[in-house]
Design a protein around this ligand. Structure first.
Ligand code: NOJ
Length: 494
């Protein structure tokens, strides 16, 4: 594994693994865009102010002790009041765009169009106009995990009616902000939302209480239907006048076979199909990957379900879904090695049992403060090439990439190492592999509320002082690094 060689060899010999990796002297193309990202729930705070309704996360973290450090997002970075400081930080970095999300329950406190919160409209208008005034393009994520509580109560993404609810909400956003937003991202990380977050529920309630193996695919199915409907709505009603583009944000670790054996290679393909193909295959080819259809169908019937737990699309839905993207948007942080999980049977119905693949990280990959995030830039490059080869050479935008470290690390050399290595492989993918990678988004602009990890790990280019009522933002060394990359468009002139 090339990745292993680079990291192990450099660590052992030089104790500084970036200096050992040959850093490309090439420049990012003139048209290449750099950005930074955040999400509303993770930064805004003001959780019950100015007409905002509660979200699913507001409810869960106040009801169940899932956050490891016992914290919450009631204030977070206080960006609802301090968005001008965020804009100043973005300006300082010199980014071309800022990817942020709109909090559905801030705009529609009850989730539906029957009540529109004027303060929410004002807030996002201020943010958008403030960004544009500084020459920063606003990129909007329509949904980033914060379902309005009333819609969560109705079953969240398991309820097929969410397709209408979501499309209504998106339609409102196009009406309100579409004159100024040219890049829309409908739904963030459905794999995480539908298949990974559910593990928290299982942790607290036990597997028998949670309909695993059913909810994941229902959720994913409704996500795809809602995305496609929104894409078609925009296409028909707004695209010719607003001239924006739309995609959905998919996340994936890149699965690589643990050895050259046929079984491991096959395992990697199955895992790629379950993680990435689950959403991307329907968008590019009109239906789920055949391995998903077969595995889930066979397991469902062996388990006595009278239907496949993987729902099917109607002919009309397939027509809407196929091609419902203007570019491919990917969040990618790390990679994994795969082997068949022969010990797992089909006694439990769950997403993990359906793919039946075991994954692990190569012990030689450098770590981070998040157990799931290990450094493997080669996996990033291989993923980009895989997307090119398997999904019709699309335009690819990296909508998130970043590194987790301990709180209060201002001299964040490990984050710089990570970005340098990953951006280096991005350059190789562009110039040596011919991948159409057009934009790169650092996660995150700020240290922020990291879901069930609370504030115990940090991703920001800017440090936020959560002890200080002012939530003072301070650039880390990585902010200086990123600013330099953006202004020189190179990795070597630092
Ligand atoms: C992806 C998610 O979109 C974001 O909310 C999260 O903070 C980062 N990954 C880091 O875990």
């Amino acid at each position: 594994m090339q990745c292993k060689w680079i990291v192990t060899g450099c660590l052992t010999l030089l104790f500084n693994w970036t200096s050992c990796q040959e850093i490309s002297n090439l420049t990012f193309p003139d048209s290449f865009l750099f950005g930074a990202a955040s999400s509303a729930y993770q930064i805004e705070g003001a959780w019950n102010e100015s007409g905002k309704g509660p979200s699913k996360w507001d409810f869960i973290i106040h009801a169940v002790p899932i956050v490891v450090d016992g914290s919450n997002a009631e204030v977070a970075c206080d960006s609802y009041h301090r968005y001008n400081e965020d804009i100043a930080a973005l300006k300082e970095l010199g980014v071309n765009y800022y990817r942020f999300s709109i909090a559905w329950p801030r705009l529609l406190p009850r989730g539906f169009l029957n009540e529109i919160n004027p303060d929410g409209v004002q807030y996002y208008n201020n943010l958008i106009d403030g960004l544009l005034a500084e020459g920063i393009e606003p990129w909007v994520t329509i949904f980033h995990a914060d379902t309005p509580f009333p819609i969560y109560y109705l079953g969240d993404w398991n309820n097929a009616n969410i397709v209408e609810y979501f499309t209504d909400y998106a339609d409102l956003l196009f009406q309100l902000f579409g004159d100024r937003i040219k890049t829309w991202l409908t739904i963030n990380e459905p794999l995480m939302y539908c298949a990974t977050f559910i593990k928290n529920a299982v942790r607290f309630l036990g597997q028998v209480s949670v309909p695993t193996g059913v909810t994941e695919y229902l959720c994913g199915h409704n996500v795809l239907r809602a995305h496609a409907k929104t894409y078609r709505l925009y296409e028909e009603k707004y695209k010719s006048s607003q001239k924006g583009r739309i995609s959905i944000v998919l996340n994936t670790d890149f699965s690589m076979p643990a050895s050259d054996s046929e079984a491991d290679v096959n395992a990697a393909q199955t895992k790629r199909d379950f993680d990435l193909g689950w959403f991307l295959h329907p968008l590019v080819y009109g239906d789920y990957p055949q391995r998903m259809i077969d595995n889930i169908g066979n397991h469902s019937s062996a388990q006595g379900y009278p239907f496949s737990r993987l729902p099917s699309f109607t002919v009309k839905e397939k027509k809407d879904i196929i091609g419902a993207y203007d570019f491919i948007a990917i969040n990618h942080y790390t990679s994994e090695l795969t082997v068949p999980n022969n010990s797992s049977g089909i006694t439990v119905s769950s997403y993990d049992d359906d793919h039946n693949i075991a994954t692990f990280k190569d012990p030689s990959w450098a770590g981070s403060a998040a157990s799931w995030l290990k450094v493997c830039p080669q996996g990033f490059r291989e993923m980009l090439v895989y997307l090119k080869n398997h999904y019709k050479n699309p335009e690819i935008v990296i909508t998130e990439q970043g590194y987790a470290d301990e709180p209060n690390t201002l001299n964040d050399m490990e984050r710089i190492n990570y970005y340098r290595l990953y951006l280096n492989d991005a350059l190789k993918a562009i110039y040596e592999d011919g991948v159409k990678l057009t934009a790169y988004t650092a996660w995150s602009l700020l240290d922020s509320f990291e879901w069930d990890s609370g504030y115990s790990i940090r991703f920001g280019l800017y440090h936020v002082d959560f002890e200080d009522g002012r939530r003072t933002r301070t650039p880390k060394e990585s902010a200086r690094f990123y600013k330099n990359v953006i202004s020189t468009r190179k990795l070597t002139d630092l």
